[in-house]
Write a protein that binds this ligand. Structure first.
Ligand code: BTN
Length: 250
């Protein structure tokens, strides 16, 4: 384990060769009282995990990072804000690293896509430090040089899409953008974040389906509600709110 010096002002990024999951390592550090501005970066993960209990394939060459966020600092206490902010930050970091050649899309709530294939995923977990004090453990994986092929959703990687970068460069771009978009959120609030998300997210009327457990709803995207829930107009013309599920573009 070593600390990455001079990489990101204000953030302590602790680098590991291999861990089970950066989510687990960071949770252990948080429980043992580490600084809130701590991040864990691993070159490989043995048991990388994704949303809905799925596995996140984690070979060397791609980026696996988790960082902490103090939810108590969130003035408006909008618990959905980080879900959208981190997606925007990753999409903009990819755009910056491609010299504005590639503008990724976001699949609700926070999968990052290039040409309809997933290039990055985000996982947010709660860490309870005491009965009344929670912090967020925010992990993301970026397919930098490779991607799995046996996935629920088609996947790609930055190299295949013509973006030559590496984990260190990505981490720098990420924390720079995180600072900018968190400032926008503090200054202008969650509606501005939803607006920026919408520029990269689904378009109103876009045909989608949502898988919720064993059930699948077909219809068209009809916007976000105030809590960031997905609004889908189903094939019978009835609007439904989805707070958790897998979206597929049709
Ligand atoms: C998803 O299913 O889309 C979320 C994937 C999140 C993967 C990242 S990689 C870094 C961190 N450590 C993990 O075990 N998972 C997250």
């Amino acid at each position: 384990m070593r600390k990455l010096d001079n990489l990101i002002s204000g953030y302590k990024v602790v680098e590991y060769e291999e861990v089970d999951s950066t989510m687990i390592t960071l949770k252990e550090l948080a429980i043992s009282g580490c600084d809130i501005n701590t991040a864990v970066w691993a070159k490989k993960q043995r048991i990388g995990r994704g949303r809905h209990g799925r596995e996140w394939s984690s070979p060397e060459g791609n980026l696996y990072l988790s960082f902490l966020r103090n939810s108590e600092n969130d003035k408006s206490k909008n618990i959905f804000a980080p879900v959208f902010i981190v997606a925007i930050v990753i999409a903009h970091s990819i755009k910056d690293l491609s010299c504005n050649n590639i503008v990724p899309n976001i699949k609700w709530p926070n999968d990052i896509l290039i040409k309809k294939a997933k290039v990055a995923g985000i996982l947010i977990e709660n860490i309870s430090l005491s009965e009344s004090f929670n912090i967020l453990n925010i992990g993301f994986g970026i397919n930098i040089v490779s991607n799995p092929t046996n996935t629920l959703y088609p996947a790609t990687n930055l190299k295949t899409e013509g973006i030559e970068t590496n984990s260190k460069e990505f981490i720098k771009a990420f924390f720079k953008n995180l600072k900018s978009f968190e400032e926008i959120y503090i200054r202008e609030g969650i509606n501005e974040i939803y607006r920026i998300w919408s520029l990269l997210g689904h378009k109103i009327g876009e045909p989608i389906s949502v898988k919720i457990g064993e059930k699948k709803i077909f219809g068209s995207f009809n916007g976000l509600n105030k809590d960031g829930g997905l609004l889908i107009l189903d094939d019978a013309g009835i609007e439904k709110v989805v707070m958790a599920g897998d979206v597929f573009l049709l």
